[in-house]
Design a protein around this ligand. Structure first.
Ligand code: ATP
Length: 225
């Protein structure tokens, strides 16, 4: 069992910047394989900046970070797409391609990441849609789905390449509370099956209903909450 608790995110003395402006200083924490971690903090406290740094959208300024085996302090631009394949990213706004079906949104990502065989593509799409409770929606267009269903497709898309961690920035921010709870259940199910999750949220009800480790961004620091 030791392997399952190996850290997949390690930050040491990391400084997070937006351009030349420091946002978070001296950040150090680990996330272990299979862990569920909330990221909380007021608007502008640096949650999104921290997440963007983890998936290579912001350069790490100083310090070191290792994410799913990639050293962000040494990473080459050409390696960033490979880093992102091992991370599933889920945003608040759904960002599905509106001109194509659920199935085509998902196969687009698989083909772009090197999948070629149609039978394998179809099988994987069916698996991830089952995982998020949308087994019968392959042929639907995004506009035919509710907000909660669209977010499920986005989560399915993030799971396509079996990431070791899902990074979710306010994934329920645009949803009604009841639908948000259902999406939270989807994340819990995915986490129970072994994928680590780092989720930024303003929804403190989740912390009570679904307790988990919490990191807090405050006054330029990240602390255990
Ligand atoms: N693209 C950007 N360019 C310059 N500064 C930015 C940019 N995005 C964010 N910032 C600034 O960086 C700081 C941290 O913002 P960030 O978005 O990381 O906070 P947050 O905790 O995610 O906020 P929210 O909860 O509103 O999403 C803020 O002062 C913000 O104004």
């Amino acid at each position: 069992m030791t392997e399952t608790r190996e850290p997949i995110v390690i930050l040491e003395r990391a400084d997070i910047y937006q351009g030349d402006r420091p946002v978070l200083n001296d950040v150090h924490f680990e996330i272990k394989n299979g862990e569920f971690v909330y990221l909380i903090g007021r608007t502008g406290s640096g949650k999104s900046s921290l997440m963007k740094t983890l998936y290579g959208d912001l350069w790490l300024h100083t310090g070191s970070a290792k994410v799913v085996g990639y050293e962000l302090h040494n990473i080459k631009r050409a390696d960033i797409p490979f880093l992102r394949r091992k991370i599933g990213i889920v945003f608040q706004d759904f960002q599905l391609l509106s001109d194509r079906s659920v199935e085509d949104n998902l196969s687009f990502v698989l083909r772009a990441t090197g999948w070629e065989q149609q039978s394998k593509i179809s099988k994987r799409i069916a698996e991830v849609l089952m995982q998020v409770g949308l087994g019968t929606s392959q042929k639907k267009m995004p506009h035919q789905l509710s907000g909660g269903e669209q977010q499920r497709v986005v989560i399915a898309r993030a799971m396509l390449n079996e990431p070791r961690i899902l990074i979710a920035d306010e994934p329920t921010g645009n949803l009604d509370p009841e639908v948000g709870d259902q999406i939270m259940q989807v994340f819990k199910t995915i986490n129970n099956a072994g994928t680590a999750i780092l989720m930024a949220t303003h929804n403190y009800e989740f912390l009570k209903k679904f307790p988990a480790r919490t990191l807090k961004c405050e006054n330029g620091n990240v602390t255990e909450g």
